[in-house]
Design a protein. Sequence first.
Length: 111
Amino acid sequence: MEVQAAGKYTRISPFKAQKVAALIRGKPVNEAMSILTLTPNKGCRIIKNILQSAIANAKNQHGLSEKGLFVKFAQIDKGPTLKRIKPRARGRADLIRKRTSHITIVLDTRE
């Protein structure tokens, strides 16, 4: 049975989050949590919260145990970009792009 959790409009670049998501795809839930806990990266902290939410959804809504769950897929989609302007020399301006991501994690049971 598939269980999912999503984080929308997360303030991290999708390119940075995709590197972290690649670490946990296909792994059992307890191994994925260990990887996210020990990796020093902002994306790990964000994805760990979403993974914990997916585990809670599996327990509370579907009555599944944490033992048999694994990360079926972790998908990082591009969200809207916040555009800011930074003043530069001689009256010019630079565009600063603050990127956002939509993160979806799907868990499944091994049979």
